[in-house]
Design a protein around this ligand. Sequence first.
Ligand SMILES: *[C@@H]1O[C@H](CO)[C@@H](O)[C@H](O)[C@H]1NC(C)=O
Ligand SMILES: *[C@@H]1O[C@H](CO)[C@@H](O)[C@H](O)[C@H]1NC(C)=O
Ligand SMILES: *[C@@H]1O[C@H](CO)[C@@H](O)[C@H](O)[C@H]1NC(C)=O
Length: 676
Amino acid sequence: MQAPLLLLSLGLVYSLTLKPPDELLWDGVSLFSRGEWSEARDKLLGALKSLQEVRGVWLRCGEECGLQGAQLEEAVMERADCLLSCERLQLKEPSLYRLTQDTEKTFQKGAPYNYLQVAHYRLEELDEAAAAAYTFYVRNPYHEQIQGDVTRYRTMKGVPEQSFRDLEEPPYKALFAQAMSLLSQERFATAVLRLEESLSSCLSTIHDCRTLCEGTRERENETHRDFPEVIAEYYAQVLQCKQRCILEVSSSPGQKPTQPDILVSHLQMLQEGYAQLGDWESAAQIARSLLLFHPHNETVLESLNGYEQKQQSQSEIRPRENIASYVRQALSEKKLLYYVMENLDIDFQDPDLWTPEEIIPEGLRERIRAERATAEEAGGQLPYEEVMVTLTPRQMNGTSRVTLDGVLSDEECEALLGLVQEAEASGEALRRRRSPHTSHERIQGLTVMQALQLASSGLVDRNRAHFLYHATERVRVLTQSYFETKMLHFSYSQLVCRSAIEGEQEERSDLSHPVHADNCILDPEEKECWREPPAYIHRDYSGMLYLNDDFLGGDLFFTELDGTTVTAEVRPRCGRLVLFSSGGENAHGVRAVTQDRRCAITLWFTGSAGHAEQERFQARTIVTGEVSKTGEEAESKPARTGREASRTGTSRNEGTDKPSGRQQRRRVARKIRDEL
Ligand SMILES: *[C@@H]1O[C@H](CO)[C@@H](O)[C@H](O)[C@H]1NC(C)=O
Ligand SMILES: *[C@@H]1O[C@H](CO)[C@@H](O)[C@H](O)[C@H]1NC(C)=O
Ligand SMILES: *[C@@H]1O[C@H](CO)[C@@H](O)[C@H](O)[C@H]1NC(C)=O
């Protein structure tokens, strides 16, 4: 039996004074909601620290208790025994420190930092406040409250750029960024040093992540199942968790992982660095390591050939041992996981695209190929549960175009159509005029600002006007998250209805809106699209959010650059949103509306803050100003969470789910629905 003697000698024995992370977290949240800022801050910081220490124990014990022994059963039992004694030694009561999945998720999402930033702000610790806010923001980029708070910190005096740092950033990130910048300055010697540091730090982060995978798992359905099945499933879960570590370290928190993964990126850059330095042996060693991932990459094979001709010594160059061992380990885990996938019907989502086909059982290959293709174009995670991708870019026979359904509920469409009717009846903004595109239709347009002005004169329902604002905001968030862009701004948006003029529809052959592109001038003869004025060249993304389908004609269609070859056609209906990039790749038009009225919200977004529509800011002030009704000055805004929490009482659950962007959005959405 292994005894954790080493740990004793290191003197890492903790006393009973280490409070469990979850206890500290909930205490902190409850103090927070009573407005006891400095006590709350201390508890929350304590929770983060405690989590770090407990994880440290798990890591050290995991290290200490390696799998040894000839017989698997024996080895597993020994390891369990070793782990338990090791943890007892350091934590006395290890079970106290196990976290529920919910709590773990709370920590993972960085929720403590959202409370902390408010507490720090209240205590006038602006640097810490901005850092905590930024840390939460990085993990929840679509969380509206934190977006606003970070923006406000940025405009405050006395908060320097350095305050906006991610307090949980693993160390290799900064090293890697430095190395990239050094490479671009062609300072190869320093770049290579930095890359080596970054690579070893990155490998150690992956190692820790993998070790922590062996935590406890909560299973709701442990009974009524065979023991071996339970063991197999548990083990498969641990292996999957380990496999996913590469995704975790390769991506920024809150964002979709990038390809190629971070290890491959390190190797590619190191290879370039060593080649530039004329260190052919190291370059060859790195190239060989890269080939472990992509054995048939022509570029790498060719370079390797070059290095080997130039190098002096004739000794055989082998890949780096730590990389080779990573790949060996990953492959043996994948083999097992594909085996359970085929034979035990346990799902496995391979995070790597480099997995060689031989590893995958033949019966699964077709399915996995199809799944990969879909995953590749799945787009970013959508922050609303009700919204689904119904036509992917591939299904729409193009790129950067997508159809989402469920963006508005039936009641919400009704409310917006009601708004159109009210505005029309008021006779003000919504006059019908002949369409500029066809003499057979009339067209009416209503902007958010016009709706809000009509509401303030009492001519339309105020909630409906506000909802028009919220609906457009929903589209902005969806565009940003699907296309995974940086912050997008409104360039223009409008609710537009097109109505067929009765008695003028016979033998009509024109379109409701001729084929065009949104940010360039389409030249069908040349099959070009010129991104130059008078086109709205700063527009990056376009959206159409449909409100109804009780009309004839009016389908949206996309064409090739010739303006005539139709590649996709979409039928409008309530709550359907078509999003696409605004360039020539998405030339589009609208079929003639030959009966009744077709209403939609059209939106254009720009990534350039300088081209953001001014009207939008006014609308935002009106809407958000009226909603909060607290009468307090805008200056104390970052503390909004605090005020809300103190109003909603001290319930633990209420407190903790507050910082979840998704839930908050859903709640806002529900609230708006209730208002209507
Ligand atoms: C629990 O197990 C039973 C029997 O195998 C199964 O019918 C049921 O769906 C399971 N429940 C859950 C929540 O997995
Ligand atoms: C091959 O390797 C080069 C250099 O590392 C890389 O830029 C390229 O994308 C790789 N090609 C493929 C098909 O993976
Ligand atoms: C894409 O093209 C296929 C084949 O031409 C067609 O059947 C399909 O309807 C198109 N997709 C859309 C959304 O129109």
